[in-house]
Design a protein around this ligand. Structure first.
Ligand SMILES: [Zn+2]
Length: 59
């Protein structure tokens, strides 16, 4: 089952409509880390990873 993550779920204040998609949770995490750079997030903290994981759902 493919996975997806809506950026707005992680940071509602950003107004970002980006959706990260991947075949696995790991792939989504990796792409989310890449996308985080667009939000000037250079360091992906364990807290952020937990928040991302909590919001990943089946596509
Ligand atoms: Zn975004």
């Amino acid at each position: 089952m493919a996975k997806m993550l809506e950026c707005t779920k992680i940071d509602p204040s950003s107004g970002c409509k980006h959706v990260v998609r991947g075949e696995t949770v790991e792939e989504v995490l990796q792409k989310a880390a890449e996308h985080a750079k667009e939000h000037s997030i250079r360091q992906v903290t364990p807290e952020l990873i937990e928040r991302v994981k909590a919001n990943i759902r089946d596509a």
